[in-house]
Design a binder for this molecule. Sequence first.
Ligand code: HAM
Length: 415
Amino acid sequence: MFKRIPGTKDILPGEIEFWQKIAQTSRTIFKVHNYHEICPPLIEEAALFNRSLGEATEIIRKQMFIIKKEQDTYALRPEGTASVVRAYIENNLDKDPGFVKLYYMGSMFRCERPQKGRQREFHHIGCEAIGSYGPEIDIEIIALADNLLTAYPIKGYRLIINSLGCAKDKNELNSLLKERLKDKTGELCEDCKVRYGQNILRVLDCKNESCREIVEQLDIADSYLCPECKGHFNKVKKGLDILKIKYEVSPNLVRGLDYYTRTVFEIKHPDLGPQQDALGAGGRYDNLVKELGGPETGAIGFAFGVERLLLAQGQIQLDKLEDLVYIITLGDPARDKGLELLQGLRKAGIPSDTDYENRSLKGAMRKANDLGAKFVLIIGEDELKEASVTLKDMAKSTQEKISQAKLIDRIKSSP
Ligand code: HAM
C-alpha cells in the first residue's frame, strides 16, 4: 500500500471546511484592502530562490526540493515572495500606475524534519505590496495581518517587530556581531558555529538556550541603524500606535531570509509550542526587485502558515453548513422521477442528494440522518400518481405532502 510522503497531509472532508473558511475570509479581507490575487507556478528555476533567499540560508543549503531535467535545475517553491517578484518583473506590472498589491494562497515545499506545525508541504496565505519605500505601507501591511487574524478569528497572538536597516546597516550589524561573538564561538550550538561563518544574523534568533543567553548579553539594540532607517522605523511604530495595534520590539528578530531590509515582523501564538511559534512573518525587501532585474523600488509583504493558523483554530467557527435535501424513492418508476427532481433541485442551486444504493426506507432515512439532511423527500407510488412528494422536515419532525411543481419554492422559502 502506498503511503503519503512524511511531512505531507491529506486534507479530508471535516477539516477542509476550516481551510475553505480561512480562504474565503482571507479573500474578503484582501479585497477590502484592495489587494488582487496572483497565482504563480509551484515550480521555478532553482536559481531564482538561490539568488533571492541567499545561498547561506537554511532553506537554500538544506531544504529545497530540487528537480533536475537535462540541463535545467528547477525547485518546488519554498516560499512565495521570490515568485511574485519574478512575476511582477516578467509581466511588467511595474508599468501599472501606483504600486501593486498582490496576494496568493497555495502550497510551499521545504524539506525539513516533520513535526507539529512543521511540514514538508505546507500552505501560505501571503501578500506583497511592491512599489513603495514609504513607512505607510509597512503600517498597512502589519494592520492587514492583524485584520486577517481578527477576521478568522484568532486571538492571543503577539506581534514582534524590528528593523534590520538598509543594506549598509545590515553589514554594520554583521560586523558588530562578528566582533562581539568572536570569543564566544566555542559556547555556541553546532548550527550557530556554522552560522557564525555563513549567516551570522541567525545566531540572534537561535532557539538554543545557551545561544539565547549569549545573545541576551550582546546589547546591540538599534545601534547599527542609520538616521534614515531609525526615522522610518519610528514612523512605523507611530502608525501602529495610532491604529492601536499592540507590538513588542525585539532586536533579536532577524528572520531567516537574506532579502529582508528595514522593518521585519513575526506573529507568534502560544498554542504552537516553543519551537515553531510563528503563525506568520514578513518584512521589507527593498533591494530584491532590482536584484532580480526589475526597477529600483521598495516592497514589503508577509505570509501566514495555514497549518499553523489551524493549530490555533480552536477559535475559528464554521459557518452553518448549507441545508441538504435528501431524496428517497420507493420502486423503479419513482426512482426515475427522483432523478428528475434531483436535477431540478441542483439546477436551482439547492444542495441535494439521493440514495443510490436501493436501501430500505428505514436504511435510507438513517443515511439522511447521518448526512445531517434538513429535508427528506419521499416519492412512492401514491406520490407518483398525485405528482406530489412527501416532504419531511428533519429538525421539526413534521411532514407534509406538496405538489412537485411547488417543491423548489417551498424549500427556498423555508427559514
Ligand atoms: P517564512 O517565515 O519562511 O516567511 O514563512 C512564513 C510562515 O510560514 C511561518 O511563519 C510559518 O507560519 C509558515 N511556515 C514556514 N515553514 C513552515 C513549515 N515547514 N511547515 C508549516 N508552516 C511553515 C516567508 O516565507 C516569506 N516569504 C514571508 C514574506 C512574504 N516576507 C515578505 N513577504
